[in-house]
Design a protein around this ligand. Structure first.
Ligand SMILES: [Zn+2]
Length: 104
């Protein structure tokens, strides 16, 4: 693999993580800080079922936003799981790492 192929593969993975992150936000397990846009873990239980259900629904309905996964439900589920593990509960916006949510 040459360097540009490596770069493309990396961008492809980042795009997949982005899709997984959007699904976590839409499913209500994460929320974007209104100031920095970072995804924040707002789920206490850690049950990813709502995200998996939404992901499956999107694959079934051939939603454009999950097309990068080419109907591979397992790959999408794995991406949701690994992305969720990377999401933290804080960002750098508030004095003590408290995220900024505009309507709170
Ligand atoms: Zn922030």
């Amino acid at each position: 693999m040459n360097m540009s192929a490596v770069k493309r593969a990396l961008e492809f993975e980042m795009e997949k993580d982005q899709v997984a992150e959007d699904i976590l936000v839409q499913a209500g397990l994460a929320r974007r800080c209104d100031s920095c846009g970072l995804a924040i873990d707002i789920d206490i239980v850690g049950d990813l079922t709502p995200a998996y259900k939404l992901a499956n629904w999107m694959v079934t309905n051939a939603d454009d936003s999950v097309s990068i996964f080419e109907s591979n439900r397992k790959a999408l589920t794995d991406a949701i799981q690994s992305t969720y593990k990377q999401i933290g509960e804080i960002c750098a916006c508030g004095p003590d790492g408290t995220p900024f949510f505009a309507d709170d």
